[in-house]
Design a protein. Structure first.
Length: 219
């Protein structure tokens, strides 16, 4: 089964990315749109659209919590059609993809992950979608395609350890144990403090007979 247990871990990485990059994103939008609408008009437009997207997202997630995936698709489609560039749409697609995996519909999940990977806002969500897509493809017996997805990333700042671990999993599935070991060691060395599962990486390395660095045995 594809690894879907690390949503909290990825959420923490996304929040850290937003803290470090959020101001630049907002200022970029202000500069780009300010000349068209004027700052106050842009604020009103942004607020109205954000509220609409937020409502659609909340209704969709409530329906997913109730297991009503088909009903939730209506709200997701509204987000996709009317608010394609909204972070709520990217988050909705990630939630919908997780729900599809939960009912054994990986092909539908793959399409949703590809949408976020190619259109996600902010960029951190697109990076999360790329990693999850690679994991699903690997779980579906497509390691070569999964590697193409991982290697297609131009910038994974803040997610280096996660991507290195996925590369290790792919190489392991391909029977390339030395490459898998190297990737896991890279993942361990780039693991951020208080983010990530060090014990999981150590376990994978030990299964390959790797020598664990001193800091790799920390809890």
């Amino acid at each position: 089964m594809v690894e879907i247990y690390d949503a909290h871990e990825q959420g923490e990485i996304v929040k850290k990315w937003l803290r470090e990059n959020g101001s630049a994103i907002v200022m970029g939008l202000v500069i780009a749109l300010g000349g068209l609408f004027g700052f106050k008009q842009w604020q009103n437009w942004q607020s109205n659209n954000r509220v609409e997207a937020s409502v659609e997202y909340e209704v969709m997630t409530d329906l997913l919590d109730q297991g009503q995936i088909d009903a939730a698709m209506g709200n997701y489609q509204n987000l996709h059609d009317e608010h394609a560039k909204s972070p709520y749409t990217s988050m909705a697609a990630l939630s919908m993809a997780r729900a599809r995996l939960g009912v054994n519909q990986p092909e539908l999940a793959i399409g949703l992950y590809r949408f976020v990977m190619e259109n996600g806002h902010p960029q951190a969500l697109a990076i999360v979608a790329r990693e999850r897509l690679a994991r699903v493809l690997l779980d579906q017996g497509q390691p070569d395609e999964a590697m193409k997805v991982i290697e297609g990333a131009s910038d994974v700042s803040g997610f280096e350890s996660r991507f290195a671990e996925v590369r290790g999993d792919i190489r392991f599935a391909q029977g390339r144990m030395d490459d898998a070991k190297a990737a896991y060691l890279e993942a361990l060395s780039s693991l951020q403090e208080d983010v990530g599962d060090r014990a999981r990486l150590v376990m994978k390395l030990k299964s390959l007979g790797a020598e664990i660095p001193e800091d790799g045995i920390q809890s």
